[in-house]
Design a protein around this ligand. Structure first.
Ligand code: ATP
Length: 251
């Protein structure tokens, strides 16, 4: 069943007199439950596509339907509500407030929804933190946790609204290889429980953990690789397939 469908998405940026066509009529469908990576050379439009599909940025032409809703038909506040309640975002580094502890940072976006009771939300946040392996860090300041732990907290924040889909823009980009794979372990669990995930990554070892890899070049999706569900034993084989596809299309 379709969750996100982009049709003929075009997007350009004007810089001075120059117009840069960044997305060139991209059509792509992501089904519920998929675990997708977007790969491609720097500047090919990966993040721009992620922002277009999640309504974080507008598009010039085409259409994005998310969970049956045409993003262009929504008012700004409706779009913000949709993002807050149905989507989770994880970036290279979470933007957390320095004067709040980890737990309060995780809770903050969900607190905007006045209908939710604070103690219920807190219990929920603590149980997600437990699952993400950081239950004991609730009261710590941002300066008292590692990069990997901070990213786990970022994922907790993304999960607190039970999103249908998580969008990650280089979520492991600031981490060492071990921490990055641990974060992918968490995403694998989250995906196995039904949440759709789409990640932008440069790293074949990260993309190899997903089940469908979209390869972009110059604003277009030029290839796609499908892999079976990761079972924990075949990462090298999967990575070899990703690298072979990258070579095939010259990236
Ligand atoms: N707000 C903006 N204004 C002008 N140009 C932009 C803007 N955002 C992105 N671009 C340009 O659009 C192109 C695609 O950017 P995008 O961030 O989507 O690429 P990317 O594939 O994610 O790159 P990277 O892997 O380096 O993060 C780049 O050439 C970038 O400079």
């Amino acid at each position: 069943m379709k969750l996100v469908s982009g049709k003929q998405i075009a997007k350009s940026f004007q810089v001075g007199d120059e117009q840069y066509n960044v997305l060139m009529n991209i059509s792509v469908t992501i089904n519920k439950g998929e675990f997708v990576a977007i790969m491609g050379p720097s500047g090919c439009g990966k993040s721009t596509l992620l922002y277009a599909l999640s309504g974080m940025d507008t598009i010039d032409h085409g259409q994005v339907i998310f969970d049956g809703m045409d993003l262009a038909s929504l008012r700004d506040n409706e779009l913000a509500d949709l993002r807050r309640t149905r989507m989770g975002f994880v970036f290279q580094q979470p933007t957390f407030l320095k004067n709040l502890n980890i737990l309060d940072n995780i809770l903050l976006p969900a607190m905007r929804d006045q209908r939710k009771n604070v103690s219920i939300l807190t219990d929920k946040a603590l149980s997600i933190m437990e699952k993400m392996g950081i239950a004991d860090l609730a009261k710590r300041d941002l300066t008292q946790v590692s990069g990997g732990q901070l990213q786990r907290a970022g994922i907790c924040r993304a999960l607190i609204s039970d999103p249908l889909m998580i969008f990650g823009d280089e979520p492991t980009g600031a981490l060492n290889s071990t921490s990055a794979q641990e974060i992918m372990d968490l995403f694998t669990v989250i995906n196995s429980e039904g949440t759709t995930i789409m990640l932008v990554t440069h790293d074949p070892k990260i993309a190899a953990r997903t089940e469908r890899i979209l390869f972009m070049c110059d604003g277009a999706i030029v290839n796609e690789l499908r892999l079976p569900t990761f079972t924990g034993i075949d990462l090298d084989d999967r990575m070899a397939k990703v690298v072979a596809t990258m070579r095939e299309i010259g990236i």
